[in-house]
Design a protein around this ligand. Structure first.
Ligand code: ADP
Ligand code: MG
Length: 238
């Protein structure tokens, strides 16, 4: 059984068709990376999976359950955005624990869970600070902490590192890889960065103009690109 089954998904905004017949099966525990030019529909696809947009056609299953028309809150999915939208008036501890608090989890358990996540994300020394007292990389770690605190079945990342400088991006890339190993969660990750895609992905999905061009492991796409577009994107020899 796939963790995420995207079956003939299409999406239009008014007369504009943004996604065309998308078919992707993401395995449980897989790290799946979506790449493609700006405007090709990557964010729309993630938002449709998360339930923030309603698909125009097709079906979507999470862990075998049809969630095509389910509320976002019922899908067991978390999303990490490029701009991390933390609550400015809350401490790091409160930001990470917020999802548990509204889920009516007991305060002592919230405390224990936040401590555990702070340890994974190396935020132990920053728990009582507010977002404006943190660096960009630390803020993005808090955003990730907030997304994983409820142990979602699937985590979606939309260009999470693109606002960070190159050095921090490299560091966070390593951390995300470790996090995936540790949590064993299913991840769908959008990026512009070839290095991120090649190093993090179990499989890469190449998108173009709202369609999937090719799906494969980094090595498959590198060795056997389906066309020049894929070769150009992956950096295969001509
Ligand atoms: P990407 O994330 O790959 O850059 P997007 O999914 O953001 O691409 O956008 C794909 C296309 O859908 C673009 O042409 C964009 O303008 C359009 N689009 C996205 N969201 C909306 C919306 N809410 N209403 C109308 N058009 C939209
Ligand atoms: Mg986008």
């Amino acid at each position: 059984m796939s963790a995420v089954e995207i079956d003939h998904i299409g999406k239009s905004f008014g007369g504009l068709q943004v996604l065309h017949d998308i078919n992707i099966n993401v395995d449980e525990g897989e790290f799946c990376v979506l790449v493609g030019p700006s405007g090709c529909g990557k964010s729309t696809l993630l938002r449709t999976i998360a339930g923030l947009e309603q698909s125009s056609s097709g079906t979507l299953k999470i862990a075998g359950n049809d969630v095509t028309h389910a509320d976002a809150a019922r899908r067991g999915i978390s999303m990490v955005f490029q701009s991390y939208a933390l609550y400015p008036h809350m401490t790091v501890r409160e930001n990470i624990g917020f999802g548990l608090k509204i889920g009516k989890v007991a305060p002592s358990e919230i405390r224990a869970r936040v401590d555990e996540i702070a340890c994974i994300l190396r935020l132990e020394d920053y728990l009582e600070r507010r977002p404006k007292q943190l660096s960009g990389g630390q803020r993005q770690r808090v955003a990730i902490g907030r997304a994983i605190v409820r142990e979602p079945k699937v985590i979606l990342f939309d260009e999470p590192l693109s606002n960070l400088d190159a050095e921090l991006r490299a560091e966070m890339r390593v951390e995300i890889a470790k996090l995936h190993k540790r949590l064993k969660s299913t991840i769908i990750y959008v990026t512009h960065d070839q290095v991120e895609a090649m190093t993090l992905a179990d499989r890469i999905v190449i998108m173009r103009k709202g369609s999937v061009e090719q799906i494969g492991t980094p090595m498959q796409l590198y060795r056997e690109p389906a066309n020049k577009f894929v070769a150009g994107f992956i950096g295969s020899p001509p």
